[in-house]
Design a protein around this ligand. Structure first.
Ligand SMILES: *Cc1c(COP(=O)(O)O)cnc(C)c1O
Length: 222
């Protein structure tokens, strides 16, 4: 069941703050996505390639599909024709494959680098040093069909909102640093994707301008 009232409230709040709402529709049926689309939502996030492929053919072609989960290189080809933004790039091999598939489809694919900020060892992503090393080896002229548009991160799974806020602030500080150094003069480097249903408040306070919200809109996942 889609919560249109919550969607409407969040949309108004985020519009006022310049924050993009990505509606995370993983595990939910295409009919739920269509209901939010009919209300005006255009950005949707999915985590699983097979699921995205199945839904994409059923839904309007002007949806902006965000791939927000861990992406395996051998699956990039399935979403390359239409994906709007890939949020979780954390290795050079994956980026090279995205570039290759973008070229095949005669397009440019926008990506975010996933930064590891949580105090847990189960999440994907790179730490600051790894991102610096990654960028040092990044050759824009070789990877002409990808655009690095910002950073994405997930905070620790904890009730300690002070810790969550610290982690988001760390990501945003590094994002701002990169925007004025490595990416100076590159206006496309402007997305700071952080915050989900349980922690979008501290994420936005810390400077997030793209939140990924599932359960508040679509109900909890079984
Ligand atoms: C599932 C998921 C979300 C949304 O989580 P909710 O708690 O349902 O809002 C956001 N980001 C990523 C990467 C996810 O996998």
């Amino acid at each position: 069941m889609v919560n249109l009232e919550a969607w409407s409230e969040l949309t108004n709040e985020f519009k006022a703050k310049g924050v993009t709402l990505v509606a995370v529709s993983k595990t939910k049926p295409a009919s739920d996505i269509q209901a939010l689309y009919d209300a005006g939502q255009r950005d949707f996030g999915e985590n699983y390639v097979q699921e995205l492929v199945e839904k994409e053919v059923l839904l309007p072609t002007d949806i902006h599909w965000h791939f927000i989960g861990h992406l395996q290189s051998n699956k990039v080809k399935y979403i390359a024709p239409y994906v709007h933004l890939i949020h979780a790039v954390d290795n050079t091999g994956l980026l090279a494959e995205i570039n290759k598939q973008a070229l095949k489809n005669n397009r440019t694919i926008d990506v975010l680098l996933q930064m590891y900020i949580a105090n847990e060892d189960t999440k994907f992503g790179m730490d600051e040093q790894e991102i610096k090393d990654f960028l040092q080896h990044f050759q824009p002229h070789v990877m002409a069909n990808v655009r690095i548009c910002g950073l994405m991160g997930m905070a620790s799974f904890t009730d300690d909102m002070e810790q969550v806020k610290r982690e988001f602030t760390q990501l945003h500080t590094f994002f701002s640093h990169l925007a004025t150094t490595c990416f100076a003069g590159k206006p496309e480097f402007k997305v700071c994707s952080m915050g989900m249903s349980s922690d979008y408040g501290p994420a936005i306070e810390a400077g997030s301008n793209m939140v990924r919200i599932g359960s508040l809109l679509f109900g909890s996942r079984a």
